[in-house]
Design a protein around this ligand. Sequence first.
Ligand code: SF4
Length: 388
Amino acid sequence: MNSNSNNTISESSPAKINLLGYDLAHMKAFFSEMGEKPFRAVQVLKWIHQFGVDDFAQMSNVSQALRKKLADIAEIKAPEIIMEQKAGDGTIKWLMRLDGGNSIETVFIPEDNRGTLCVSSQVGCALDCGFCSTAKQGFNRNLSSAEIIAQLWVANRTLNQFASRDEDDLAVEKKSALSGVQDSKRRVITNVVLMGMGEPLLNFDNVVEAIHLMLEDHAYGLSKRRVTISTAGVVPALKRLREECDVSLAISLHAPNDKIRDQIVPLNKKYPIKELLDACQYYFKGDTKKKQFTIEYVMLAGINDSETNARELAALLKKLPCKINLIPFNPFPDSEFACSKIQTINRFKDILYKAGYVAVVRKTRGEDIDAACGQLAGKVIDKSRRVI
Ligand code: SF4
């Protein structure tokens, strides 16, 4: 149970506990404090995360008296969508408003064989990576576990992904209730990446509790391979993560040596590349089958994209069983960088490929919307500043 979680989204009803962000252990402790049996935790978890219910009155297998008691002390409350942008390629970006006037971004990226939801973990970010739009907003606050899992809950609701409770669909409900897992045929969101606004490992406890819900069979039932934490490399937290919640990992490396990385990822000055890669080796020791390891490398013209850089990168990663994602830089207003030319990116990829790596050039998605992370929230903030 995470005692550090701040699960109260609503400031309008501070006395009520928001159950949206409670994982199974937390939910069991909650019901135990009420003098209820642990199976109540499973029932309520399923209603919230498999059927998308936010009203205790609809929880028909919970006694009337308990429903009333729950409604008095608790709530299921998610942020509201205040803006939606849809790109021609199917990418959807939502801006969600939190209490206190902050907003966060969540992006859904559909592909042929999967759908990925990119989730935020903080409002803004303190790490100040030079190529990042979110960094320009500075850091505001951590998201609670409820605000993190709410992004998956809201996306499932908006995409009509929760199991139906209609009479006609009773068979699906029974199957889902029996297996404890959502029917995979109806699932559109197959993968979750914590790659939106913020550094997830600097909001450790709340991120881990939300991930427990993503993996939980009585909630979303995703496998460890399908849930990825993307980090700039908070080394001590990586060690803790292996013990507590070892999902797939994406390291935002972006440079083949400390000299370049110090310039574009300032956290490198605290945790240089060797320390970071040693921590990754520890993280994956003896277990590369259940979880995936990806190196993220944004292609910045004239900064990190030379053939020498590609060879350096190949040598650097030789002990790590990783896949390398080359990401064409997505420019945003006032950014000081330009994207590498496509020929340069392809040459870089070929060098890595010849060195034995699976290197992929990530497709640019949502080009006709504000696709760079933090861009949409940044626009809203700018707009509100102008109004003030
Ligand atoms: S790239 Fe990630 S870690 Fe770096 S500033 Fe942006 S959100 Fe933060």
